[in-house]
Design a protein around this ligand. Sequence first.
Ligand code: SF4
Ligand code: SF4
Ligand code: SF4
Length: 591
Amino acid sequence: MATVTVTIDNRQIEVEQGITILEAAKKIGLKIPTLCHMREINEIGSCRICIVEVQGARTLQAACVTPVYDGMVVRTNTETVRQSRKMLLELILSTHPAECLTCLRNTNCELQTLAKSFGIDEIRFKRVTGKMVKEDSIDRSSPSLVRDPRKCVLCGRCVAVCEKVQGVKAIGSVNRGFDTVVAPPFDLELGDTNCVNCGQCALVCPTGAITEKDDTAEVWAALSDPTKHVVVQTAPAVRVAIAEEFGMEPGTLGTGKMVAALRILGFDKVFDTDFAADLTIMEEGNELLQRLESKQNLPLITSCSPGWIKYVEHFYPELISNLSTCKSPQQMLGALIKTYYAEKENIDPKDIVSVSIMPCTAKKFESARDEMNASGYQDVDYVLTTREFARMCKAAGIDWDNLPEEEFDTPLGISTGAGVIFGTTGGVMEAALRTAYELVTKEELDSLEFTAVRGLEGVKEAEIEMNSVKLKVAVVHSLKNAKIVMDKVKEGTADYAFIEVMACPGGCIGGGGQPIPTDLNVRMKRVAGIYQADEQLPIRKSHENPAIQALYEEYLGEPLSEKSHQLLHTEYVERDLFTNAPAKKEEKTAI
Ligand code: SF4
Ligand code: SF4
Ligand code: SF4
């Protein structure tokens, strides 16, 4: 690889030819500030905060888009650079509402942090906004997200993520010049578009311009209502991320403290979505065996990720019959809480409020789907993201460091290592293979780790032999990668039997409701936390979960039974390509 020698702030270094000043500076421990840059995703130099002096250049250069060359001399911290950056920030702030005290991103906002670092203690310019930004232009139409264009700094990160990582293009730059806004096309509100609610835009937004829809007030109200029995479930990926909100390293396992915190908040029962992940393996594993036998609707494609499901409904409706009919673990557990658990405990389901803590903003959309009401009541009443849960803990004065470690309630809190690995890309596949192999071959696996489906590569493939039948499987995360595989499935050039798809990069550990920042480094640490949790559990295969075995004996009968279908399975809707509406069916004309 060709290299060049550059001098940055008096330090000479040899770096790869063609990299930017921003990347080169990182190699000497310099993090040049930026509001818009995302490596390989948003390299557009729009915010200009990363400007630096380059010897010989007549103007300041944006470090994120200027490649280094041999002999280049760069100065990143001169008085001119500092004053210019400060002026740029002041100009951005002059269009900004500066409502920090009432903003969800207060204390975790890149604009606020920069304003503080540059010592901006007053905004010298009168506030002006483009004509498209109105004081009442907050878009609350989405069940998952809130868009506040007043706080947008036009960095383009959300647009880039939506298009280049997710392949959805639900939002883009509209208008020109000072009237530019980032918004959905055709004057639509976000909730009326093909947005799949993944929340990746909220994760990368440097400010509070896109945030999760906050449902904490409704949950506080339920917790204060003495007539309600309030039950909560927690997704696998929350336990490896929640501690970050309290200053711990990403990937720190917070399972026991999380359970204790939920009890302190006042939840009557604390259950584990991992239980329903084990149940999903029983249902989906049998669905796979049934489809392999009938040779119908193959490959089977997983259905745990609601952002992925909505993506199929809009972009690949012809593959809806390939989707597993299994509800996601969140919805399975929600259905069981208001039926099995309600009957066991003799509680009227109308008095149960079912809450879930999820790494995912799309789960808010999923829980509100019309078809998710197996008991006659909505399976899950409120979904809180990891970030909302952390806010509730902070409001209640919970001292994370000094929390005790507590266990989930039984029986819906008993789970296995196979359940917990659902939290990362490849986890559903690995959990399914652990069970399918043993059920089909009647032999015990030598090793439970299916390393071929682990890791953060975009598309992973593996082959497993069971009773001399070879099964080819694929694992995909992020929707742009899913598109690559789905196009092959459509063309008939993919020979997979089973495909796992997770909408978010890294799977649920990188979900749109997780702590901010969520970057590659953070994702890797959370993945490590998930596998650590798996290894620590005494039972690591779903079919060996005693509470699942009891559920089938006492209540469901067997996997794919009529009762299982009624409670645990669902159907999907074909949607319009651009709007949230169901697709218009072509009318057949009688000849
Ligand atoms: S986006 Fe940041 S700077 Fe703007 S109001 Fe919110 S916290 Fe304050
Ligand atoms: S939630 Fe996902 S699909 Fe919707 S706008 Fe954001 S990134 Fe795009
Ligand atoms: S909404 Fe956020 S991420 Fe998108 S352009 Fe505005 S500030 Fe950037």
